[in-house]
Design a binder for this molecule. Structure first.
Ligand code: KIV
Ligand code: ZN
Length: 502
């Protein structure tokens, strides 16, 4: 049985999903959970891209133990140095350097010749080796590269000290059989390939990222790069939970498995979904709401007689909790804390006190508190960013024959500011009034409303994306009153923009 290494890139490629950017605290939460999940390598950022990425890589390198921490770098000296310095505190660290190898990229993007690209790659790998013995090289757009040239560059980077070579299907172009065959070809043709691990990294543009990754594993790849819930650039990356469960369920077929603690999968999926605001589709394999729901009578009958008739995996294998109904207004702190832990939230001290208070307030407003309600409270706590603006009071009047009017009281730094404003509807009135008070001129790119649980007393969640001066931010707000939730979401996004300005 081969053990396939799991290289998680949720915090790097996953974060490249439009609107999925995470702040440092959020990245740390996810990294902690990824360690519990048992991933081998966590790629946490691209330090040259932003000071936020440098900070995230440094903090995770300092605080997270139990997995190799990787950072991405182009082949330029300044990229390698920035990644190497940010990774310094990590006990186990990897620099992941990449350059494109396809003629399309060489001609139109890099404007470099083939030999020049090899020279760059070799020098980057050598420079990276001065920071760590663990260096990965990626041949970007490998699947559209000339095979002989791919063999050549891989041979050179291994000679220069690369310990892992990655064959990305950057644009999600390959077909499973073809991709597996490419990996097999490289393994057979590159003379020093036994000195490095072969890795695969697939994008999902044609919906084939998982199928391609599995085809490559079958042909000898020893590492697979993937993300939780398959989030990532454009249509996303290969979904970790799907690859892991395919290998586990069909381990005899693949003669391969991973070190993933599969019972942690569901928790991790929920955490990433609530932090990024990227909703998991209902019928998503492994972690979607319907993944283990059997509707047809014939199926239900079969299941009752013998589970294996219609179930190839058990929900408990991926950590789906048996009961979703949890607590009510009489539940104590102890039960609340235990439920938080089951949901993968390790809050203690002040954080726990604050969220328990919020839970009690919510329990006064609605009868039953579900896991999703608790997760929403947690995400508000975990994503806490310095608050330049906070909502003190809000009232709205609107109706068929009334001009929608909002009266708002906000704390702006240390001042209390009050304003009355109008709009085309209650949300418009609130947003216009908030913009007046905060003296901001952002435009609203997206506004989404979701009932978190059933019933008219459900928590409503609003997610917004706003843009100001070329910067975008995503904000969330939840409340049993949907207009208050909308106000909270907008203020949350404005605080994120303000935090980036300092
Ligand atoms: O898709 C890609 O090619 C990448 C590389 C940086 C590995 O993400
Ligand atoms: Zn990628």
């Amino acid at each position: 049985m081969r053990s396939i290494k799991i290289f998680d890139t949720t915090l790097r490629d996953g974060e490249q999903s439009p609107g999925a950017s995470m702040n440092v605290e959020e990245k740390i939460q996810v990294a902690r959970q990824l360690v519990k999940l048992g991933v081998d390598i966590i790629e946490v950022g691209f330090p040259i891209a932003s000071p936020g990425d440098v900070e995230a890589v440094k903090r995770i390198a300092t605080e997270i133990k139990g997995a190799t921490i990787a950072a991405l770098a182009r082949t330029m000296d300044k990229d390698i140095d920035r990644a190497g310095e940010a990774l310094m505190p990590a006990k186990s660290k990897r620099i992941h350097t990449f350059i494109a190898t396809s003629d399309i990229h060489l001609r139109h993007k890099l404007r470099m010749g083939r030999d020049e690209v090899i020279a760059n790659a070799v020098s980057a790998v050598k420079r990276a080796r001065q920071y760590t013995d663990d260096v990965e090289f990626s041949a970007e757009d490998a699947t559209r590269s000339d095979r002989e040239y791919l063999c050549k560059i891989i041979e050179h980077v291994i000679k220069a000290g690369a310990t892992t070579v990655n064959i990305p299907d950057t644009v999600g172009y390959a077909m499973p059989h073809e991709y597996g065959e490419l990996v097999e070809y490289l393994i057979n043709r590159v003379p020093n390939i036994d000195k490095a691990a072969v890795s695969v990294h697939c994008h999902n543009d044609l919906g084939l990222a998982v199928a391609n990754s599995l085809a490559a594993i079958l042909k000898g790849a020893g590492q697979v790069e993937c993300t939780i819930n398959g989030i990532g650039e454009r249509a996303g990356n290969a979904s970790m939970e799907e690859i892991v469960m395919a290998l586990k369920t069909r381990s005899a077929f693949y003669s391969a498995d991973t070190k993933i603690v599969t019972q942690e999968i569901y928790k991790t999926s929920r955490l990433v979904s609530r932090i990024t605001g990227m909703v998991v589709q209902q019928n998503k394999a492994i972690v979607g709401e319907n993944a283990f729901a059997h509707e047809a009578g014939i199926h239900q009958d079969g299941l009752l007689k013998e589970r294996s008739t219609y179930e190839i995996m058990r929900p408990e294998d991926v950590g789906i909790p048996k009961s979703k109904l949890v607590l009510g207004k009489h539940s104590g702190r102890h039960a609340f804390k235990a439920r938080l832990q089951e949901l993968g939230c390790e809050l203690t001290g002040e954080g726990l006190n604050r969220i328990f208070e919020k839970f009690k307030r919510l329990a006064d407003q609605k009868k039953y508190i579900f896991d999703e309600d608790i997760e929403t409270l947690v995400s508000e706590e975990v994503s806490k960013i310095p608050e330049v603006y906070s909502l003190i009071d809000l009232s709205v009047s609107s109706g068929i024959n009334i001009r929608p009017t909002a009266t708002l009281k906000l704390k702006v730094n240390n001042d209390i500011v009050e304003e009355v404003g109008h709009g085309h509807g209650p949300v418009d009135a609130v947003y216009k009034t908030i913009a007046t008070i905060t003296q901001t001129k952002s435009s609203l790119l997206k506004f989404e409303v979701r009932g978190i649980t059933g019933g008219t007393d459900a928590l409503g969640e609003v997610a917004v994306s706003i843009e100001e001066g070329g910067r975008t931010a995503r904000g969330h707000g939840a409340d049993t009153d949907i207009i208050i939730a909308a106000a909270k979401a907008y203020i949350n996004a404005l605080n994120k923009l303000a935090a980036r300005r300092v």
